[in-house]
Each structure stands twice: as structure tokens, then as C-alpha cells.
Design a protein around this ligand. Structure first.
Ligand SMILES: [Zn+2]
Length: 194
């Protein structure tokens, strides 16, 4: 598949850049060429669904729908974007513009490296969680909402510009510091009780 998409600020060339292999997490996507920081790796595509249209079971590990709006989810495309695993220490992230979603390299990626992104960067669902076994040193063990990430990590993803508008809005809202403080306290309380 060769697709050239030209946007105002991004020129995208998608070639046969990937290899699909197996890891302990199942199907996984590996780079078949190197990528430099900032390179567009691929585009995320798929039909858009309102959250009410998605049965709970399809938010699972096999048929994951990616949240792309407060109430909107993107369904599977049948392409490589469906298979890219989560990591708590990802080498890529999703950049949103008004029309499209691109996966962009956050680190230099060598040929043969697994390509990963942090699923929590788009999650704002309030009650959906998935166990994590990404084996990175910073593994959070649970993949949950963006609002549950450590503040520093939220800021880092914001600075990298790999969060969607509804999460930017959340971080810019007057309630953000109050809400974040409450969550930090909750985490602290949880830790001291153990
Ligand atoms: Zn993890």
C-alpha cells in the first residue's frame, strides 16, 4: 500500500514500513525501517462510533476502539494501526489535527523495534481499565484514564502534543488542579493503607 497524504503541516508517506510479529502480548507491530523523532509512522483510520454504539466487550484487548472525542470512538481499520500495542514507556504517540490522527515517533526507532503508544493518552472514559504487562521499567500495571496518570506524565504528554483536544480542554479547565490534587491524594492514601 502506497498512500501519500498532504496536509497543511504534515506530509505523510506510508510505505511497507512494518512487520507484524508475536510477543507475549500477541500480535505486535515492529518497525521494518528506522524512524527519527517526529517522523509520522502511520495514520490511524477507522469508522467513528458514538460511545453508546460500542458494546463493552469490544473495548477489550482484541477489538479495541480508540477514543477520539469526548463521546466518539474510532473502530478498527483492518490495518496495522489496529495491532500496535500499548506501552507505559512508548516510542510513539498520537497527534490529532482537525481531520486526521497520526502516529508520530517520540523516540528514534530502529529497524526491528516494536512500535508502541500509550493507550491512556486518549482515554477519558471514567471506568474502563485494562491490565498492563508491557514490561517497561515504568509499567503502571493498569492502563486507565489519562486523569489517573501522574501529573508529570500528563504534562509531558501535553508538551509532546500527543493528546486529543478533549484532554487538552480538561487540562486547561479551572477544575484541573483541584481534580488532579484529589487524585494524587487518593493515590497517596491508597499507598499508605497498604
Ligand atoms: Zn505497562
Amino acid at each position: 500500500m502506497n498512500t501519500t497524504v498532504t496536509k497543511k503541516t504534515m506530509k505523510v508517506l506510508v510505505l511497507n514500513n512494518f512487520a507484524v510479529g508475536q510477543t507475549h502480548l500477541g500480535q505486535s507491530v515492529f518497525a521494518a525501517r528506522s524512524f527519527r523523532v517526529g517522523d509520522v509512522i502511520t495514520q490511524f483510520t477507522g469508522e467513528t462510533f458514538h460511545k453508546s454504539e460500542i458494546p463493552k466487550r469490544y473495548k477489550g484487548e482484541d477489538d479495541r476502539f480508540v477514543q477520539i472525542g469526548q463521546d466518539q470512538f474510532m473502530g478498527p481499520s483492518g490495518g496495522v494501526d489496529d495491532l500496535i500495542n500499548h506501552s507505559c514507556d512508548p516510542n510513539s504517540g498520537l497527534k490529532f489535527n482537525s481531520e486526521n490522527i497520526y502516529l508520530v515517533a517520540l523516540k528514534d526507532i530502529a529497524e526491528g523495534d516494536e512500535i508502541t503508544w500509550d493507550y491512556s493518552t486518549t482515554m477519558f472514559e471514567n471506568n474502563w481499565k485494562m491490565k498492563c504487562d508491557c514490561k517497561s521499567g515504568s509499567c503502571r500495571k493498569i492502563i486507565g484514564d489519562f486523569s489517573l496518570l501522574d501529573r508529570e506524565l500528563q504534562q509531558k504528554y501535553k508538551e509532546l502534543n500527543v493528546i486529543p483536544q478533549y484532554i487538552k480542554d480538561y487540562m486547561d479547565s479551572p477544575e484541573y488542579p483541584v481534580y488532579t490534587e484529589a487524585i494524587e491524594q487518593m493515590k497517596l492514601h491508597g499507598k499508605t493503607k497498604r
